[in-house]
Design a protein around this ligand. Structure first.
Ligand SMILES: [Zn+2]
Length: 198
């Protein structure tokens, strides 16, 4: 999907981030020092540079959302084929009803999943508490490419209502954004688990 122009721009951006991120950050800092306003530019450049190191792990920047039709981002590209097909069909139908569906997290490397778990342990105070929200790399269906998190909320509710048509089901009662293929298209979703530890 996407025009040649879009592809070219994306490729260039990735090359910049991958190869010359440090240079770009320094350049932005220099502009800032010279007096031209550039706190904002510097922050955005730093954020982009940080992102470039982890994109290959399937990590998205805070607030970033991908199109389910993105053929380049590892978070989308490395999803299991049937899941990707299902969400793309759902996204087309949702769009026809005015609901834009985005992927806020998809495939994740084991390393990224471990980072998420580590952060959750810090935040919630214990591994047991963290496990209610974040799975281990061994158990996470995101690592297997068989889960995705959908946004925004309007798209979550659309998919909760219509997802079974595509085989897509909300799995955890405490995560309205997390969907997996859990039934045949047109089937019935199994009962939800209370949380990721369930
Ligand atoms: Zn999830």
């Amino acid at each position: 999907m996407g025009s040649t122009a879009t592809r070219t721009r994306r490729t260039r951006r990735r090359q910049l981030l991958g190869g010359a991120a440090a240079t770009a950050v320094l350049a932005a800092l220099a502009v800032g020092v010279s007096g031209t306003p550039s706190a904002d530019t510097v922050l955005r450049t730093l954020a982009a540079a940080a992102t470039s190191d982890t994109t290959a792990d399937g990590e998205l920047a805070a607030g970033e959302a991908l199109s389910p039709f993105d053929d380049e981002a590892p978070a989308v590209r490395k999803l299991d084929g049937p899941l990707l097909d299902a969400v793309r069909r759902a996204a087309r139908d949702a769009q026809a009803q005015g609901i834009t569906m985005t992927v806020t997290s998809g495939w994740r490397s084991k390393e990224y999943q471990q980072r998420l778990l580590d952060r959750a342990v810090t935040r919630y105070g214990s591994l047991d508490a963290a496990r209610r929200y974040v799975n281990t790399p061994e158990k996470s269906t995101h690592v297997a490419g068989r889960a995705l998190d959908i946004g925004p909320t309007a798209a979550d509710y659309w998919l909760i209502q219509h997802g079974a048509r595509y085989g897509l089901c909300q799995v955890y009662a405490n995560e309205i954004w997390h969907f997996e293929l859990r039934t045949d298209p047109g089937g019935t979703c199994p009962p939800q688990l209370p949380d990721a530890a369930g």
